[in-house]
Design a protein around this ligand. Structure first.
Ligand SMILES: Nc1ncnc2c1ncn2[C@@H]1O[C@H](COP(=O)(O)OP(=O)(O)OP(=O)(O)O)[C@@H](O)[C@H]1O
Ligand SMILES: [Mg+2]
Length: 150
């Protein structure tokens, strides 16, 4: 089953992320797909807020991975610059670890990602409007989506 959400403004995206962040727990992994400027990092800012991260979350593009401390750790990945890279980056230990993983541009590291995840696809409707399609893969993510829809 897919779950659809719409946001009409940055703040609404932040709030959606925040609500989602409140529901997350160690071992959760989310992938964010959508064009440049779709709102992947903006949603992650909200997720961080929902997880109790107090520092500012910025795009990790140039560092690939940024780690934040909230209620539990938040690992924010941006694989955009890893295109065609096959080196062992040691990410796997974080994917089923002590925190939450949020991955922008997952296609570039698909080969190392676990199958079970919450896939989030973002469509830019116009400058301010976004369509969010959540596709839970695995029962724990199904439950998460049901909670989020309440
Ligand atoms: N409803 C909305 N939700 C999210 N962002 C929005 C919305 N409306 C406008 N924006 C704008 O879209 C941009 C989203 O930027 P963001 O960095 O989150 O994108 P991204 O998907 O992470 O891009 P990149 O692939 O470059 O990392 C911001 O400039 C934000 O102000
Ligand atoms: Mg980004």
């Amino acid at each position: 089953m897919e779950y659809q959400f719409y946001t009409n403004h940055v703040e609404e995206t932040f709030k959606l992320g925040q609500k989602l962040g409140q529901l997350l727990y160690p071992g959760c992994l989310l992938t964010l797909e959508g064009e440049l400027g779709a709102g992947k990092t903006m949603l992650t800012k909200g997720i961080g807020a929902g997880m109790g991260v107090s520092s500012i979350i910025n795009s990790p593009t140039f560092t690939i991975l940024k780690q934040y401390v909230g209620r539990i750790p938040l690992y924010h990945f941006d694989a955009y610059r890893l295109e065609d890279s096959e080196e062992d980056l040691g990410f796997e230990e974080m994917f089923d670890g002590d925190g939450v993983c949020v991955i922008e541009w997952p296609a570039f590291i698909e080969y190392m990602l676990p199958t079970q995840r919450l896939m989030i696809k973002i469509k830019k409707i116009d400058d301010c409007k976004r369509e969010w399609t959540l596709i839970p893969i695995g029962q724990k993510y199904e439950l998460l989506c049901k909670e989020l829809s309440k």
